[in-house]
Design a protein around this ligand. Structure first.
Ligand code: MG
Length: 400
């Protein structure tokens, strides 16, 4: 821009200093000393220049949201298969609820919200179609070939399977995000995973952020499974009366709003349970933080698990979980679905193993020892409906 004399004029409006792009340190300056910090990350597998205008963990979150595996979560079963109804949770809405709960907890404890969000949104990326039934079936198929475990598969997705970037396979996420995704791991796999597996061998903890995402996962599914269980008619309000956590809040909701019933009363109850669990988690964790006084992320790793419910609420949450296991996850209609899912997964696996030429070329291997893992990657990546279609393409001869 020039003025009337033709001289260059710098166009700098008043107050520019205040709206200058903040550094990563400035964006995370409010965090507690025990929080994970982008600037102190243990880094990415392939070094990259620091991002501008966002932190390293924000960049991870952004990459996860834009991944193919993330979009597939919309069509993957949580408990109810996708076609059973439009209102049941899918892996996608489950992951969003986990992120929402985890962020609330993280903000209260002044730890890294961007990191908990990244971990929460990525934690189920490796799930097979058809929920746990799909994973169990694939694990059985892979028994002789190293097994199949959805945590490890989520890691495989972000480390290798996504094909988005010129310089590397996978999403090249930060160590701390990958650590949070790998919730469980056998000692055998831990040895194979190097730095990421170390904590399982040494009995150390992951970051507070990873611990929060883990408990938020449980809070989310315990509550939405009650909600979906009631919506589907597989559970009844009368049955739930035996669950203290439910009954306490059901009664207060009825007392506060005597005129409401049905879905509205259920929602009033569930939201109170979620709130109780979140507030208890924050309070009990705060006490643990005071007791152990971690001064750094490294102290968090050496301490016992710091993110936990109080004893009373932990027992109540465990009772709810047991109720769901007995009455919902083992309900005959859920078992029928699981049985069908097993047939599809095992059928696909066997057909591809018998003749790998039936696979899309990118999943065919010239190394016979590698072939089962590629088949597992292919099946794990499928959405519910894609798996059903693929099964029909392989086994059903249509006469039209
Ligand atoms: Mg989950």
């Amino acid at each position: 821009m020039t003025d009337r004399r033709g001289d260059d004029v710098k166009h700098e409006p008043a107050g520019t200093a205040e709206i200058a792009v903040p550094t990563q340190e400035a964006l995370e300056a409010h965090l507690a000393p025990y929080a994970a910090r982008s600037a102190q990350s243990r880094g990415r597998r392939y070094p990259e220049a620091a991002p501008s205008a966002r932190t390293e963990f924000q960049r991870d979150r952004d990459r996860i949201v834009r991944s193919t595996a993330f979009r597939r979560l919309e069509y993957k079963t949580q408990v109810f298969v996708n076609h059973e109804g439009d209102l049941f949770r899918t892996r996608l809405t489950h992951s969003l609820e986990v992120a929402q709960i985890a962020r609330s907890v993280a903000r209260n404890l002044r730890v890294n919200e961007d990191l908990v969000e990244a971990i929460s949104l990525a934690h189920d990326l490796g799930h097979t179609p058809f929920g746990h039934a799909g994973q169990d079936a694939l694990n059985e198929c892979m028994r002789e070939h190293g097994g199949f475990e959805h945590n490890l598969q989520s890691l495989a997705v972000v480390d290798d399977l996504e094909e988005h970037y010129g310089a590397f396979n996978g999403l090249n996420l930060c160590f701390e995000t990958r650590e949070g995704i790998l919730k469980h791991c056998s000692r055998e796999n831990a040895r194979r995973l190097g730095a990421l597996g170390e904590r399982f061998l040494q009995g150390r903890q992951p970051s507070i952020e990873a611990q929060i995402a883990n408990v938020a996962d449980e809070i989310a599914y315990n509550n939405h499974d009650v909600d979906d269980g009631l919506r589907s008619g597989l559970l009844t309000v009368e049955q739930l009366a035996e669950v203290e956590l439910w009954q306490t809040h059901y009664e207060t909701a009825r007392r506060d709003y005597p005129q409401i019933e049905g879905r509205r009363l259920i929602h009033e109850t569930v939201r109170r349970i979620i709130n109780t669990l979140i507030v208890d988690l924050i309070d009990a964790t705060r006490l643990n933080l005071i007791r152990h006084a971690p001064a750094s992320l490294d102290d968090v790793r050496s301490a016992p698990a710091l993110v936990a419910h109080s004893e009373t609420v932990a027992a109540q949450a465990a009772a709810l979980k047991r109720f769901l296991f007995k009455n919902l996850y083992r309900h005959y209609r859920v078992m029928r679905m699981a049985n069908k899912a097993r047939r599809v997964v095992v059928g696909l696996f066997d057909a591809f193993t018998d003749d790998p030429r039936l696979l899309p070329p990118s999943y065919q291997s010239t190394d016979a020892a590698q072939q089962p893992r590629l088949i597992a990657h292919y099946i794990a990546g499928m959405t519910d409906r894609y798996a059903v279609k693929e099964y029909q393409r392989l086994f059903v001869i249509e006469d039209n």
